[in-house]
Design a protein around this ligand. Structure first.
Ligand SMILES: [Zn+2]
Length: 189
């Protein structure tokens, strides 16, 4: 390789890495804007931890909250949380079939649509962006799936081997449902 060819190749590589880096920063900024926690940023971008901390402070105007989300599927299976999670996952699966989106685009689009639906229903969004991300990870890992309710035919987040004859939290609300007037109580009928 001649001197010129070598230096052209080198500058092309440098340009590529600058482009990739700016794409990573854009991605991180988008995620921080959605309220993502550090776990999400570390998993979905190639930026260093120190870099992400600095970006986070710059964009969010505060330090990221410490502590990890519990690594458990239980949260997604409790009553109202399950209804919110199911609504989100249905949107996510639907978008994933129809569009060519990368993982982060799909997640952020689906999450925006979820919050829009929740606003229309005038309830609090129980599912945070980071939880939504975690839910998708659980589904990808085969730890959670969707099962059809035998009554309303809706698809709900469940464990992998749900009993036949599964009924959802809307068709078969727990006994405490009548008494609770929690924010976030989503009753679709
Ligand atoms: Zn149902």
């Amino acid at each position: 390789m001649t001197q010129t060819a070598a230096s052209t190749a080198a500058s092309r590589t440098a340009a590529k890495s600058v482009l990739n880096e700016s794409r990573q920063i854009e991605r991180a900024a988008l995620l921080i804007g959605m309220g993502a926690r550090m776990q999400v940023l570390e998993s979905e971008t190639t930026l260093s931890y120190e870099r992400l901390i600095r970006l986070y402070k710059e964009i969010a105007g505060k330090s990221p909250s410490k502590g990890q989300l519990p690594f458990s599927t239980d949260w997604f299976l409790t009553w109202q949380e399950n209804i919110h999670s199911s609504l989100f996952l249905n949107i996510y699966e639907y978008l994933g079939k129809g569009m060519e989106l990368d993982a982060v685009e799909l997640l952020t689009k689906a999450y925006r649509l979820y919050t829009e639906q929740i606003e229309i229903a005038q309830v609090e969004p129980l599912l945070s962006f980071t939880r939504a991300w975690r839910l998708v990870k659980f589904v990808d890992a085969g730890m959670l799936t969707r099962t059809q309710c035998v009554e309303c035919k809706g698809q709900f987040v469940t464990e992998l081997y749900e009993n036949r004859g599964y009924t959802c939290g809307l068709c078969n609300p727990p006994a405490r449902a009548g008494k609770s007037k929690n924010a976030g109580a989503l009753m679709l009928h």
